[in-house]
Design a protein around this ligand. Structure first.
Ligand code: ACO
Length: 318
């Protein structure tokens, strides 16, 4: 598998840390020192589907392909206006593609899983040109009176078009079933046959044990990346960029320190976009590609971690 096009799209509304002090007791200083975040983009009058379409069209344009050329669409998404149909099938119709589609729901690690699935489709000859998309609106998971989570997130979409060829090495994945560490309940309609006092319908906003998430993210991703480098015979110096999920600058610094790699190998967007869940890796990738920071033949690692607890990392020559 090789990446032949990238694209991204962000909401136009820029929300600064100071603007958040209107809703709860926090400060620019607390948010920046704990997370590295200064601003984030939040959906207002656009929908997440608009962003997903824009990112997909930009990726197709940079791959020099038309939507009709695609033979599969994979979308990482945990939440949008619809429970069904899938986000990928909505995007398929809007961009004018005709191919089959499916969504993956793996929270912040979703884009890594989707890219690896795309590679498997290509290797087994089931598809040749695949749009891999991640579109997320985590700001709608937050309870906007809960400062512990609301300050962390932003919305966005990122996409890549992949085809056969290139030099994809492989991926490492970890799933440790810890639903209490980071979860969000679905908003469900109760039936008349249930005990409504059970609490199952009360809390449908995000619940996160921040410190536990922090430790799990640094440990799992550092282990996966070390394993990948070992398996394929590369040193950390051989990697041009570690394109990590942009959740928190301190998590990125933790992984950098664990690996003993140079800070310049860890590009970031978390300062300006916050945590856009699984969209953060393709958004950062797109910025690196469009900014001519990544050239053909550069070795890159991509890595994501999130709810559940689920992490994934991959190694490829761009
Ligand atoms: N503003 C001001 N004070 C706050 C805020 C806030 N936004 N949030 C929490 N506090 C307070 C707490 O109430 C607590 O006060 P207390 O000492 O009086 O009880 C104090 O700050 C310290 O709180 P901690 O939770 O201990 O702060 P910590 O240093 O652990 O930082 C943080 C919290 C930033 C959430 C950290 O744990 C973290 O980064 N965890 C990882 C979270 C993450 O990245 N999640 C997403 C990854 S997975 C995914 O992408 C879905």
């Amino acid at each position: 598998m090789k990446i032949i096009g990238t694209g991204s799209a962000l909401p136009k509304k820029v929300v600064t840390n100071d603007m958040l002090t209107e809703f709860f007791d926090t400060s620019d200083e607390w948010i920046r020192t704990r997370t590295g975040i200064s601003t984030r983009r939040i959906l207002t009058d656009e929908s997440l589907i608009d962003l997903a379409i824009e990112a997909s069209q930009k990726a197709l344009e940079s791959a020099n392909l038309k939507a009709e050329d695609l033979d599969f669409i994979l979308c990482s998404n945990v939440n949008n206006n619809y429970v069904y149909p899938s986000m990928s099938s909505i995007v398929q119709g809007k961009i004018g593609a005709k191919c089959p589609c499916t969504d993956l729901r793996n929270a912040c690690a979703g884009f890594i899983y989707a890219l690896d699935v795309a590679d498997a489709f290509i290797q087994t000859g089931r598809a040749k040109k695949i749009l891999v998309l991640a579109a997320e609106e985590p700001t709608r998971f937050c309870h906007w009176e809960h400062r512990e989570t609301s300050v962390l997130f932003g919305d966005g979409a990122g996409a890549a078009v992949v085809t056969e060829g290139g030099d994809y090495k492989g991926a490492q994945f970890t799933t440790i079933s810890m639903p209490d560490v980071l979860y969000q309940r679905q908003r469900l309609e109760p039936t008349p046959f249930e005990d409504l006092s059970s609490g199952a319908y009360i809390n449908h906003t995000m619940v996160m044990q921040g410190r536990e998430v922090f430790k799990m993210a640094v440990t799992c991703c550092s282990n996966e990346i070390s394993k990948l480098l070992d398996i394929y015979g590369y040193k950390k110096e051989d990697v041009k960029y570690f394109v990590l999920h942009q959740a928190n600058l301190r998590i990125i610094n933790g992984i950098q320190q664990y690996l003993g790699a140079d800070a310049s190998q860890f590009p970031t967007t978390v300062e300006k976009y916050g945590n856009t869940s699984s969209a953060s890796v393709p958004i950062l990738l797109d910025e690196l590609v469009k900014g001519n920071k990544i050239q053909r033949g550069d070795m890159i690692v991509m890595s994501g971690f999130g709810a559940g607890f689920t992490t994934g990392s991959l190694l490829m020559k761009y």
